[in-house]
Ligand binder design. Structure first.
Ligand code: AMP
Ligand code: MG
Length: 398
């Protein structure tokens, strides 16, 4: 079978994952999610004319620009007061920031321009009508389309929704991803290792990547290389996850548990024209989308970045599904296999004139090199050699 191109496999993964349903979620759960419909302001902001200062609500005409005026303080309006008495001419009302301006008042004098009196007050300076009053609707008018569908919900947009009195927003919910690690050699960190065993690391890395993309990760870390055990391990999760993402057991050797277990299901195993991350599985298991990534840690993580992350982002309605990219010059030469897109790990420093330094070699077991990198260096399929100084595309990992 000819190898699948990176673009074709990306397309297939995106189609399998699809779109999450839209639901109303409490604001507390919306950070980082995407609005699924326009938000129309149900009220104005501010909802009423209110004071911008601690001071005195006045009629501007009662004050004099060049001599102090002494007036009776007829009432006191702390923030939160809901019933107001009209301001009688020749009197003032003490008022706090955010409190409603009483009818009849047309300005607020800040307390610093007065003697701060509570029975009577001496006001030393005049104000213009409208001064220190925040007019109702100054920020948002009732009926305004304040937030557009497609907006990524950030702290400020969630603050605005709260100010508008909205307890929930319509969003596409976060996909629930089962992150399943296969391999009879895998041991839980914290336990002793015997020769031939390694600590499980893909689960932590991939589950963190899933969460970093704003999705929910459920980790299932120690599925042995046994087909029956694999099926049994999946069973409890089939009704509750949106995507099954496995690592390991998909290459050409014996004991390839994922390949063996999913062979008679609707799952296709292909070689994608890339390095690392060539062997990939994708399809459905009991109706649930399944993405089977290779087991080598760097291959698994690169596969997540190239195929899975964009699909998960799209499933939540993000328009920006891709990581940022930049053009940079490599500091050392590279070789790359013919006919494969190579993703090398790199450290990109935009401050030093857009250069990128490859970290570690092409080996897909070099986890520490990945950990020290901040980008992937993309070497196109048809390029087999790049000299130092050549321009490459870098794809940020964060
Ligand atoms: P496999 O594709 O299952 O043959 O795995 C390829 C390589 O990746 C082997 O060296 C495995 O030990 C290693 N590997 C597979 N899964 C994991 C994992 N979850 N954590 C760490 N290493 C793994
Ligand atoms: Mg394995």
């Amino acid at each position: 079978m000819p190898p699948t191109s990176v673009a074709e496999h990306r397309q297939r993964v995106a189609e399998l994952v699809g779109s999450m349903p839209v639901l109303q979620l409490p604001l507390e759960e919306c950070l980082g999610l995407v609005l699924a419909a326009d938000v129309i302001a149900p009220l104005a902001l501010p909802p009423f004319d209110n004071s911008a200062m601690d001071g005195y609500a006045v009629r501007a005409a009662d004050l004099k620009p060049d001599e102090p005026v002494r007036l009776v303080v007829a009432d006191d309006i702390p923030a939160g007061r809901t019933e107001l008495t009209p301001l009688e001419p020749g009197t003032v009302q003490r008022i706090m920031t955010g409190a409603p301006v009483p009818p009849g008042a047309d300005a607020v004098v800040q307390v610093e321009w007065t003697d701060g009196g509570t029975e009577t007050v001496t006001i030393n300076r005049a104000v213009q009508p409208g001064q220190n009053i925040r007019i109702g609707g100054d920020d948002v008018q009732k009926g305004d389309a304040v937030l557009a569908a497609g907006t990524v919900l950030r702290p400020s947009t969630l603050g605005l929704a709260s100010a508008l009195g909205l307890p929930e927003l319509p969003v596409r919910r976060r996909p629930r991803v089962l992150v399943l690690s296969t391999g009879s050699e895998l041991v839980e960190p914290g336990r002793p290792l015997e020769l031939g065993q390694i600590y499980e690391s893909n689960g932590m890395m991939l589950a963190s990547s899933v969460r970093d993309a704003g999705c929910v990760a459920i980790q299932l870390r120690f599925v042995p290389d046994d087909v029956e055990a694999f099926h049994q391990a999946l069973k409890p999760y089939l009704g509750s996850v949106d995507v099954i993402m496995t690592s390991g057991g998909v290459s050409a050797g014996a004991y390839e548990v994922v390949k063996d277990a999913l062979a008679d299901h609707d799952v296709q195993f292909t070689k994608v024209a890339m390095q690392p991350g060539g062997p990939q599985g994708s399809g459905r298991y009991e109706g649930v989308p399944v993405l089977s990534l290779p087991g080598n840690p760097v291959s698994a993580q690169v596969s997540f970045e190239v195929f899975v992350r964009p699909a998960l982002m799209a499933s939540m309605g993000h328009k920006q599904t891709e990581r940022r990219t930049a053009q940079a010059r490599i500091t050392t030469g590279l070789t790359s296999p013919a006919g494969k897109t190579q993703f090398r790990r790199g450290l990109h420093d935009p401050s030093s004139g857009q250069v990128v330094t490859p970290v570690g070699g092409p080996g897909s077991h070099l986890l520490s090199a990945l950990a020290l990198s901040n980008c992937l260096i993309e070497v196109p399929e048809d390029v087999t050699e790049l000299p130092a100084g050549a321009e490459v595309t870098v794809r940020y990992l964060q």
